[in-house]
Design a protein around this ligand. Structure first.
Ligand code: G4P
Length: 529
């Protein structure tokens, strides 16, 4: 039996980010294949099309627990216990990505070798850097025509502003893609197809650069190019620095092809070697060491109605210290109450499993009787503390939402409140007003569609939505401020959120400046605290 500390140290928890279609789903699947969590590729289904983000929701209705979009997958590899967190690819859900990254200790960025750094890669990368976590790069689809690898590295450095260090180097590309050169081991891994491409693990041949036998295997010209490239690389400015990796200032880069499995296993092995074990988390009592015995965790995601028959809610928690045991009593800090964590579930490839025990670094789903909110802390510590909150993104799109059938008021209120608790939307109302009419703010407009879809399907409520012209939101920080007494432009709206905090909605940046200039005492904030 491994001891408690060993259990924690062998955990690796990371998120995969990519522009849609770069190969995130395929890579995830291949990692599971190498981890032995699945025997044959093709089980984890990818979602296609521009409207994938919305259809993911709809699909989830049918197949929750099967799709990788369902939050987290765990597998074991080489003595490590690996937790992969999935992130939505669509930009409208970047807030969800941010929350997911809060639960990760590192990130893997998948880039399409032909397309290089794409729009969504940039946005998601920015979200990663806000967390300062290590970022590993997998340049995928080398089995297709690809950009020159030196150009790809330069693009990552220039566009994303992070130093790169190629861990391996591709040998050819497209039909000529023969394998990779491992710079650390100074070995060539030439791959050979066997059986159906990509379904089983790739075979590898290990050989030294300059070995005459390689001319036959790679062709002389590929062998020559590789020798020149490696000479160039070794003489170039790229230098490996683990400290920089750990601080998200340098990204180790791997080339490969998830579809054909080329380069996936060396990537996994190096990634596990270089990525950090569970890291301490900031809290009101200072950083919490993952190896301390008290159990502690925070909620980073809530998913309602995973099982329609039971109308249940699952709160996904990241364990930050200690050990989880099924049925344990913990203190819910924000609720000020003890709760029993009766059921822990975890996703193992295609199945949902009951978890008996879990350790710091793990992500589990616990049954939520409707009491948890994003960012809440659970702990068994004698002196309870709260983990640093997860800031909410300032919404940029607003709509007035009301129910079509006024008889359905109760369902409407419940649905709106529950969906808001999950963090996908933020809801506001007139100062001192009720729920007859609600102003909904979202970071991406697709979230309006998801809201409409979910209210109809999960709560049986039809809604009317009317776009509002606001683009900026500011919370009023002065506690004694009466918003009605403020001197504001006529297009500025005074509202409050459901915690009773007062805020202002602006149509343009100029009106914000106007408000600040004409109300000298006023302190405005972009985040609701
Ligand atoms: P995503 O999750 O990032 O959106 O991407 P996903 O893995 O779904 O991959 C998008 C498409 O790219 C898929 O093809 C997939 O098979 C293909 N792909 C992924 N990795 C590689 C690779 O290394 N090489 C090549 N050549 N293709 C790759 P599709 O035709 O859109 O879907 P499907 O019919 O194969 O499911």
């Amino acid at each position: 039996m491994e001891n408690f500390i060993e259990q924690i140290d062998k955990r690796r928890t990371f998120a995969i980010i990519s522009h849609p279609d770069a190969g995130k789903t395929t890579l995830t699947e291949k990692l599971l294949l190498y981890g032995g969590a699945i025997q044959q590729a093709g089980i984890v289904k990818g979602k296609k099309g521009a409207r994938a983000a919305v259809s993911d929701w709809m699909e989830i209705e049918k197949q929750r627990g099967i799709s990788v979009t369902s939050s987290v997958l765990q597998f074991r590899y080489n003595g490590y216990c690996v937790n992969i967190l999935d992130t939505p690819g669509h930009q409208d859900f970047s807030e969800d990505t941010y929350r997911t990254l809060m639960a990760a200790d590192s990130a893997v960025m998948v880039i399409d070798a032909a397309k290089g750094v794409e729009n969504q890669t940039k946005k998601l990368f920015k979200v990663c850097t806000m967390r300062g976590i290590p970022i590993f790069t997998f340049i995928n689809k080398m089995d297709r025509d690809a950009q020159n690898p030196f150009d790809l590295l330069e693009e990552i450095e220039q566009v994303l502003g992070i130093e790169t260090y190629p861990m391996n180097w591709p040998i050819g590309s497209g039909k000529e893609f023969k394998g990779v050169y491992d710079r650390n081991k100074k070995e060539i891994l030439a791959f050979q197809h066997s059986g159906k491409v990509g379904q089983q693990q790739a075979e590898k041949i290990e050989a030294q650069l300059g070995d005459p036998g390689l001319d036959e295997l790679l062709t002389k010209s590929l062998h020559d190019t590789l020798s020149e490239d490696i000479e160039l690389l070794d003489g170039a400015a790229y230098e490996f620095n683990l400290d920089k990796v750990r601080h998200g200032m340098l990204t180790p880069v791997f080339f490969g092809s998830a579809l054909t499995n080329f380069g996936v296993e060396p990537f996994l092995a190096d990634f596990l070697r270089l990525s950090p074990p569970p890291l301490p988390r900031d809290s009101s009592a200072g950083p919490i060491d993952p190896r301390r015995e008290d159990f502690s965790a925070f909620v980073f995601k809530i998913q309602a109605n995973m099982n329609k028959a039971h109308r249940d809610r699952i709160a996904f928690i990241r364990i930050c210290s200690g050990k989880f045991e099924r049925g344990m009593d913990v203190f819910h800090v924000q609720g000020g109450k003890k709760v029993k964590l009766a059921q822990g579930t975890q996703l193992m490839a295609s199945e949902r499993e009951i978890v008996e025990e879990a350790y710091a670094g793990d992500i589990i789903g616990v049954f939520d009787p409707g009491i948890f909110s994003i960012g809440d802390t659970l702990t068994t510590a004698k002196t309870p503390f709260a983990f640093a909150g997860i800031p909410t993104f300032a919404p940029e799109h607003f709509s007035r939402v009301s129910q079509v059938d006024t008889m359905k008021r109760k369902q409407f209120v419940k649905g709106m409140e529950q969906i808001a608790q999950e963090g996908a939307i933020q809801i506001f109302k007139e100062l001192g007003g009720g729920m007859e009419e609600v102003i909904v703010g979202v970071v991406g407009v697709l979230q309006f569609e998801v809201l409409e879809y979910r209210l109809k399907n999960e709560y049986n409520v039809d809604i009317r939505m009317q776009n509002l012209p606001y683009s900026f939101i500011r919370w009023i920080e002065n506690e004694d401020c009466d918003p009605k007494a403020l001197n504001l432009t006529s297009d500025t709206r005074r509202v409050e959120d459901f915690k009773g905090r007062k805020l202002l909605l602006f149509t343009n940046a100029w009106s914000i400046t106007w408000a600040e200039e004409h109300n000298k005492e006023l302190r405005l904030s972009e985040v609701g605290r």
